[in-house]
Design a protein around this ligand. Structure first.
Ligand code: NAI
Ligand code: A1CAB
Length: 337
């Protein structure tokens, strides 16, 4: 992989893509064609980058904002899709990854792509760091000298704390920690962010404005971000497991699989929308489904005997703890003091 990249595009090496970075390709493979990529550009003079305080304070001006993504994985794609359904123009978005495999789908949205993380930073006002948590220190070290007061750096990495991010960026950098989830792809995400020490309220407002088409966007204290990771970042996978099990129950009882899965997904969607739109407590809605002596209470009894409630609570707890553990690991990896 490294050899292919180096021989085809020697200028990428040392300009943002190097052998250290390529060791984790995420969901990408090594066969991508990099010939369509934008080449790394020199970083403009930092003094010339001081132009967008006004933009940061005016959410109506999203269309002028330059947005960058470092990492071209599932989460970056989900956020990018959500952002583009708002006021941001595809020509103002750029994404970087070491190889090309996942970049094609961004290009299909009109987004420009590169192998250079530095190029993304130099051309963006808001930069989403969307690589795996263990790579965040590596990436921040790489881009740090190009981060100016122009930038808002938004990390979406599970567990990685604001103090780790801030420690790896220049003093006074504006950092925000965001935990999104995959349904951003269909503008039904649940996103929680916490502002770093130098991120002002208007920076949060700007992020909110950018992300508002991704779904529900809330701000909270950083201590809630790991919990939100268990509840919602990972929680969507718990719901998928439940949907799968619902369908498999129906298959066991004799329904064709495709129909069972289609009905299971509509059941999850309908239950979710009613829960959200009615504002009712789930226990209230549950009781509205239960006829005394009817089918639902029999099924619920079986679920309770199986410990589904305790297992689900434990799943949120385990995922939260794991996020905290990832945070401790990245703090150790990123420590430069
Ligand atoms: N997938 C999900 O549902 C959610 C993921 N997250 C967080 O989002 C982050 C990304 O996760 P996914 O998108 O699922 O991962 P992914 O594996 O799909 O994508 C990671 C991307 O980073 C790229 N990459 C690897 N090294 C790089 C480097 N040195 N420079 C630039 N790009 C590099 C990979 O090529 C890949 O495109 C993680 O930190 C995760 O904790 C947060 C919430 C939900
Ligand atoms: O599993 C993970 O680590 C990421 C964070 C939340 C969802 N996916």
């Amino acid at each position: 992989m490294v050899a292919i990249m180096e021989s085809r595009h020697p200028s990428l090496v040392g300009a943002g893509v190097n052998s250290d970075r390529i060791h984790d390709e995420g969901t990408e493979d090594s066969d991508g064609d990099a010939s369509v990529l934008h080449w790394p550009q020199p970083c403009p003079d930092k003094s010339a980058q001081n132009l967008d305080l006004i933009i940061k304070m005016d959410p109506e001006m999203d269309s002028q904002l330059k947005i960058g993504f470092i990492g071209a994985g599932n989460m970056a794609f989900g956020i990018a899709k959500g952002i583009l359904s708002g006021n941001v123009l595809p020509v103002n978005v750029k994404v970087s990854a070491p190889s090309s495999k996942n970049l094609g789908r961004f290009q299909e949205l009109g987004i420009s792509v590169t192998h250079s993380n530095v190029e993304v930073v130099c051309g963006s006002d808001v930069v989403f760091v969307a690589v795996k948590p263990h790579l965040v220190p590596l990436v921040l070290n790489e881009i740090s000298q190009h981060v100016t007061d122009r930038h808002i750096i938004v990390s979406v990495a599970a567990g990685v704390t604001l103090s780790t991010v801030e420690e790896l960026l220049p003093e006074n950098s504006v950092a925000i920690r965001l935990m999104p989830n995959l349904p951003c792809l269909v503008q039904e995400g649940a996103l929680l962010f916490a502002r770093g020490s130098y991120a002002k309220q208007e920076d949060g407002a700007l992020l909110r404005s950018l992300l508002h088409r991704c779904g529900l966007v809330e701000e909270g204290p950083e201590a809630w971000i790991d919990i939100h990771t268990g509840l919602s970042g990972s929680g969507v996978a718990f719901v998928y497991l439940f949907a799968e099990a619902l369908a498999e129950g129906a298959v066991k009882m004799g329904m064709p699989s495709a129909l069972a899965h289609s009905i299971a997904s509509q059941t999850v969607l309908g239950a979710g929308r009613l829960l959200r739109d009615s504002g009712k407590h789930p226990a209230q809605l549950r009781s509205e489904v239960c006829t005394p002596g009817g089918t639902t209470i029999y099924g619920l009894h079986t679920l309770e005997q199986g410990g589904v409630r305790a297992a689900t609570m434990s799943a949120v707890e385990s995922a939260t703890e794991r996020a905290r553990e990832l945070g401790r690991k990245s703090a150790g990896a990123g420590s430069r003091k």
